[in-house]
Design a protein around this ligand. Sequence first.
Ligand code: BEZ
Ligand code: MG
Length: 505
Amino acid sequence: LRDQLGTLAADQRKEMLAAISEASGDRALTTEAISSLVDGASDRAVSRLAFGRDGEAEIAKVRSMREIDTLLARDSEIDGIKHALNGRFVPPSPSGDLIRSPAILPTGRNTHGFDPFRIPSAFAMLEGRKQVDRLIARHRADGFELPQTVALVLWGTDNLKSEGGPIGQALSLIGARPRFDSYGRLCGAELVPLAELGRPRIDVVLSISGIFRDLLPLQTKILAQAAYLAASADEPLEQNFVRKHALAYQATHGCDFETAALRVFSNVDGAYGSNVNHLIESGTWQEEDELAEVFTRRKCFAFGQDGQSRQQRDLMQTILKDVGLAYQNLESVELGVTTVDHYFDSLGGISRAVRKSSGVDVPVYIGDQTRGTEGKVRTLSEQVTLETRTRMLNPKWFEGILKHGYEGVRHIEAHVTNTVGWSATTGQVAPWVYQQITETYVLDEAMRLRLSTLNPTASAKIANRLLEAHQRQYWTPDDDTLSSLIMASEQLEDRVEGIGVETAA
Ligand code: BEZ
Ligand code: MG
C-alpha cells in the first residue's frame, strides 16, 4: 500500500488525478491542466487552462483536485501505524476504490469495509437500472430480441466498491428493489409493479463468487427472495419470464415451487471458483464441453431465501437453456479480462455452460465500469481486442511490464493463457489476436531472446500456448508463421533445459 499510495511520484499523481477527475462526473480537467497543477501552478492559472475561465465554481473544482494531490503526495501510512502501535487513537475512514471515492484519502487510517445493511444503496439501484438499460439496448442494437434469461456473474469486491451496483443490476432485471426497515436497514426485497417497470421481468441465473457468498449473506438471501417473489407474482407469463420458467420446471420435475424459483448459484461452502482456470492452465482437457461440465459441477449450489445452499445441478442446467446473454462487470482500471484468470473462470465458464445446455453460442458482454458512472457495454470480442491493442501490442505497456524482468514475462504469458481461456470458453476471440501476439513476442528475434533470458520457462510457455491455440483451432497461422513458431518453441524448450544457452546468449 505504501508503494501504491504512500509517496506517489509527480507523474504517477498526474495519471491518478486524471482518472479521478474523469470519474467524478463533472467536467474533467484537461491533462495539461492537471500537469500544471501538480507542477505547482496557481489555482487561477490551472482553472483558466482547464476551463478557459476562473469563476468561483471552477476554482473550487481545481482546489478539490489540489487537496487530493496533496494527500496523494503525503505518506501517512507509517505515521498511522506508529500511532496505532503506541496505542493511540487512529481515526476511522471509508475504504474502497480511490478513483471512485477519493474520500478514502489520507490512507493510514482505520478503514471500515462497508455497512452490510446499506447495500445496495439508492445510488447503486439507479446505476444498476441504467446499466441494465444500456445492456439491453446494446443487445438489441446487435440484432437480438429481449432476452428471456440473463446469466449474470456477481463478485463481492465489485459490489463493495460500488455500494452494490451489480446487485442493483440483478434486481433491476427481475424488476425488484430492496426494502428497508424503519431504521433504514436492509430487510428484504419487493417487486416493482410491471406498469412501472415498463418491460417484462427478465429471468436470471446469478452466479455469485465464493467471496460474494462469504461477504454478502444478507444480499444473497435478498436476491433469492426477489426471484421467489417474481416467480410467485400473478402476472401474464409473457410479462414475467421468471414465473414462466419456474412453473415450467415445476410441471416437468414435480418439485416444490420454492425449488423451481431458485436463481442464486455459487460453490458449496468453503469452495471458490469454477476450476475452469486450472484446466486451461494445465491444458489437460480434450473437448470444450469438459469446461462446461466442471463449471456446473462446482457452481450449481443454489441459495434459498433462508441463506442455505443445496446442490441443484439439473435446475441450473435447465435455466441455462433459456439464457439469451451472459454478462459481467469490470470494475477496476488496474485489471482487464485478460489480466487475471478469474474472469474467464466465471463469465467464460458460465458462457460455456450455457452453450452446452442450449446448444447455442450466446453473446457475452462486459460492462466497463472503470471510468465513472457512464458504464460502457462491450462484447467480449471487443473487450479482448481493446486489451490486446492497449496492453499486449502496445510497446508502452510491454516495456513497462518488462522492467519487472522475470515477473514481467510471467505476466505476458498469463495474458496469452487467459486469452486462450476466452477462446476455449466463448470462441469469441478474433484469430488475428494470436497472429499479432506471435509476431510481437515470438517471431521478433530480439524480443524472443530478451524474454527467454529474463524468464526461460514463461517464454517457452508463451510459444507452446500459441501452438496449443492453433491445435485447438482458435487461429490458423500460415505455413511460414507456423514453422517459425514451432522452431522457436523447440529453441525455447532447449533453453529451459539448459541446452545451447551459450550460443543463444
Ligand atoms: C470477488 O470479489 O468476488 C472476486 C475477486 C477476485 C476473483 C474472483 C472473485
Ligand atoms: Mg487467486
